[in-house]
Design a protein. Structure first.
Length: 44
């Protein structure tokens, strides 16, 4: 849910502070990384 919400926020970015957009990009990558890591741990 958090990943989808972050992706939606980026997809529908209205403009504004570019630092906030950079933060959302980093957050998206970190959430994806955590989900992938958790997925790999479940298969081991």
């Amino acid at each position: 849910m958090e990943y989808k919400t972050t992706c939606d926020a980026l997809r529908h970015w209205p403009g504004g502070d570019p630092n906030e957009q950079d933060f959302l990009e980093c957050k998206k990558q970190e959430i994806f990384r955590a989900l992938a890591e958790q997925s790999l741990q479940l298969t081991v």
